[in-house]
Design a protein around this ligand. Structure first.
Ligand code: 5RP
Length: 225
């Protein structure tokens, strides 16, 4: 296993230590969350009683294959713990997420989670967000309107493609990846993006993470809110 994957796995194994019998657990999306999902399946295999909520169709499919019990998010008020990855994070626990396209469900799950744990390899930590483009999920009919609004708030957007076709989210929406350069005030940009009609959600996660676990040189480094 290469270093990045080794770090992802180690971070996942560290995070699942926070899961206790009887908890409701949010399961993230992506190559780091993958290791957490497997670790959760192992806990269940050892007899732990857990309910889970997947943050994407991809994670839902994995959960079905691994025999992980799921619960309808609308039947619960909160989740105890969610373990998810990120594309970038700062020591203030500001994140950019959505590289894997699951930002909307990830943000809904994070919003009702008591302890949101982000797991990463050592490449994801930054002093200032913005090298990774901010994914913005938009209603298809609003796509060019939203693209035209971005320069006024300092951004340039590109509609995400997959195999030369528009990338379609689990909700049937499009994603605009927007370059804002280094983001001076993520909370301000968060509000500006939320005000654009047609934006369903975006990948700036401000005030949602409670803990980041990053592995560097074989050691777990934890950042807490
Ligand atoms: C998906 C996400 C992922 O958490 C993020 O893209 C990180 O993915 P990976 O663990 O594969 O690097 O936000 O929408």
């Amino acid at each position: 296993m290469d270093t990045a994957n080794n770090e992802k796995k180690m971070a996942a194994l560290e995070a699942v230590k926070e899961i206790k019998d009887g908890m409701t657990v949010g399961l993230g999306t992506g190559s780091t969350a993958y290791y957490a999902i497997h670790a959760v399946a192992e806990l269940i295999g050892q007899g732990m009683n857990l309910k889970t909520v997947p943050t994407s169709e991809q994670t839902k499919q994995m959960s079905i294959e691994l025999g992980i019990p799921m619960v309808d998010i609308n039947s619960i008020d909160s989740l105890d713990v969610t373990i998810d990855g990120a594309d970038e994070f700062t020591q203030n626990l500001e994140l950019i997420k959505g590289g894997g396209g699951a930002l909307l469900r990830e943000k809904i799950v994070a919003s009702i989670t008591k302890k949101q744990i982000i797991i990463t390899d050592s490449s994801k930590m930054v002093h200032q967000l913005g090298k990774f483009k901010v994914p913005i999920e938009v209603i298809p009919m609003a796509c060019s309107y939203v693209m035209r609004q971005l320069p006024a708030i300092g951004g340039i957007g590109l509609v995400r493609k997959k195999k030369d076709k528009d990338y379609i989210t689990d909700q049937g929406n499009l994603i605009i990846d927007a370059d804002f350069g280094l983001i001076e005030h993520p909370a301000v940009l968060d509000e500006q993006l939320n005000k654009i009609v047609g934006v369903v959600e975006h990948g700036l996660f401000i005030g949602l993470a409670h803990k980041v676990i990053m592995i560097k040189d074989g050691e777990a480094i934890t950042f807490s809110a």
